[in-house]
Design a protein around this ligand. Structure first.
Ligand code: NAP
Length: 292
């Protein structure tokens, strides 16, 4: 069994990005600039944005953090998006989700210039991804593709089961695993209404679990030699931990790991790759790799 080390892979990729940025700057090019918009004081969002700013520093990017109280109106936030769209120095930007209830997340996402949408949530990027055109691919599925590639895991022609059909993980993951230039696999998507989920998983060469149900995937659902990618990160109360909780994946790791050819741990698997892929998208934005 090979443990897929997302933390080490992410560190390697960040070092690669930094080296490329320094080459670009040394050749007279522009340092990539990522802006992040944070509304309110949600603990999780504060942590994510702080980690994104730190990742920018590690990659040699310029970063800007724009903060608003959660009393900001939708019109004011849309105006901020417009200004960032027009700011020639900003190569890419994100609006950290979730937003307060009185603001339409979809409206905000659609207001972002798709050429600066490094989160890959704008319908133009989602649509281009679905038909295999160059675009920003959202960070979590992109990170999983990168892990599969860097661990030389053969996906072409394999049977892949994706558990979950959310817009940010399950759906794009299934699309990418299906496409010839990415996974090239035969893909089945399971969700809360799937009836034969255990049998589907048992037949799979690759299982990507993204449902947010702690230890849902048990040993009796996994074929020996399968590759298991665990996207789940649920906070489970744990009095022995300093923060009072631990992060739990969707896979019963203790009993599944020995069956697998490869498996990602939680934490330290998919999670660290996510911010790292935002950095790769920002580098691409700085280089105008997908759009002029
Ligand atoms: P989500 O929007 O809540 O979607 C969950 C999906 O799982 C839905 O499609 C749901 O089916 C399905 N599901 C729920 N219970 C199920 C069950 N018992 N059997 C089969 N399918 C079931 O979640 P998400 O945003 O995709 O996130 C999934 C997990 O990944 C969460 O733990 C989240 O924290 C984690 N995550 C991690 C990262 C990372 O970077 N590591 C990034 C994003 C998300 P229905 O559609 O039928 O409701």
């Amino acid at each position: 069994m090979t443990l897929i080390d997302g933390k080490a892979t992410a560190a390697t990729i960040k070092a690669e990005i930094k080296a490329e940025v320094e080459r670009i700057v040394a050749a007279g090019g522009k340092r990539p600039h990522l802006a992040a918009v944070l509304v309110g004081h949600d603990g999780g969002s504060e942590t994510y944005v702080r980690n994104k700013v730190l990742a920018c520093e590690a990659c040699g990017f310029r970063s800007s953090l724009i903060r608003y109280e959660d009393t900001i109106t939708e019109a004011e936030l849309l105006d901020c998006v417009k200004q960032l769209n027009e700011d020639a120095d900003v190569d890419g930007f994100i609006v950290q989700l979730p937003l307060p209830k009185h603001i339409s997340e979809q409206k905000v996402i659609e207001a972002i210039d798709y050429r600066k949408d490094v989160d890959g949530f704008h319908p133009i990027n989602v649509g281009r991804m679905a038909i295999g055109l160059p675009c920003y691919i959202s960070a979590t599925p992109k990170g999983i593709l990168e892990l599969l590639r860097r661990y030389d895991i053969e996906t072409s022609g394999k049977k892949c089961v994706v558990l979950g059909r959310s817009n940010i993980v399950g759906k794009p993951m299934a699309q990418l695993m299906m496409q010839k230039q990415y996974g090239d696999a035969t893909v089945t998507v399971c969700h809360s209404r799937s009836r034969n989920l255990r049998e589907e998983c048992l037949a799979a060469d690759i299982i990507i679990a993204a449902i947010g149900r702690p230890e849902f995937l048990t040993a009796d659902m996994v074929k020996p030699g399968a590759v298991v990618i665990d996207v789940g990160t649920t906070r489970v109360p744990d009095a022995t931990r300093p923060k009072g909780f631990r992060l739990c994946g969707d896979v019963d790791f203790a009993n599944v790991a020995s069956l697998c050819s490869h498996i990602t741990p939680v934490p330290g698997g998919v999670g660290p790759m996510t911010i790292c892929m935002l950095m790769l998208n920002t580098l691409a934005a700085g280089k105008r790799e997908y759009y002029q």
